[in-house]
Design a protein around this ligand. Sequence first.
Ligand code: IPE
Ligand code: IPE
Ligand code: MG
Length: 224
Amino acid sequence: MNPLKHVAIIMDGNGRWGLKYKNSRNAGHKAGLKVVEKIIKETIKKEIKYLTLYAFSTENWKRPKNEVNYLFKLLENFLINKIEDLNNQKIKLKIIGYKKFSKKLNKLLNYSEKKTSKNSKLQINLALNYGSKSELIGAFKKIRVKKFKISEENIDRNLQTKNIPDPDLLIRTGNTKRLSNFLLWQLAYSEIFFEKKLWPAFNEKDYNRIIKEYRKIKRNFGKI
Ligand code: IPE
Ligand code: IPE
Ligand code: MG
């Protein structure tokens, strides 16, 4: 059975779900957040140590302002209402992606990271304004400034995911088979599951089904 330390998820399909059932994309984002809470609980139950959630990409700024604002308001309210609870559950929150949001949200994100920084039950890496290409450029620039050599280790150490093991498992919901600029370096050897269901329809049962499948895979890492 494969060990499972780190799950990464591209939570896709909120907009389509919202339009289909509530006639509003934003309603889909709201429903999607409920699923995030369920999956966090299940991840703790399974004793998985890292959960990386793709919540907003560097490309998502191209969406209508109303949707972008709604997403950040949702996140803001979530943190205000839930950070205490996350902290009590010994969850550590880390943001990956450059924090270029409103002053209020930047502050709230910094506060949430600091407050939970000593926790070690589960680390949630929330990918916000995250893009893998921009992350890699940032890493190369840091290496250049320090005049270090370009090596696998030095790249790992200068990414925003430094000290986080690479994902063992990537799940993308929403019936689309692409990576959309997510963790391109870190996913080099991850097991990838593309799930037909839209994110708001995804549930613990689906998650457990995928984990069970993952456990049975023969992971070679180039060996035989
Ligand atoms: C993913 O769902 C959530 C974000 C990108 C914020 P989408 O909003 O992309 O949903 P679809 O793919 O349009 O249905
Ligand atoms: C990927 O979903 C980003 C997140 C889930 C946050 P998108 O819906 O933005 O991806 P594309 O644009 O369809 O590839
Ligand atoms: Mg999408």
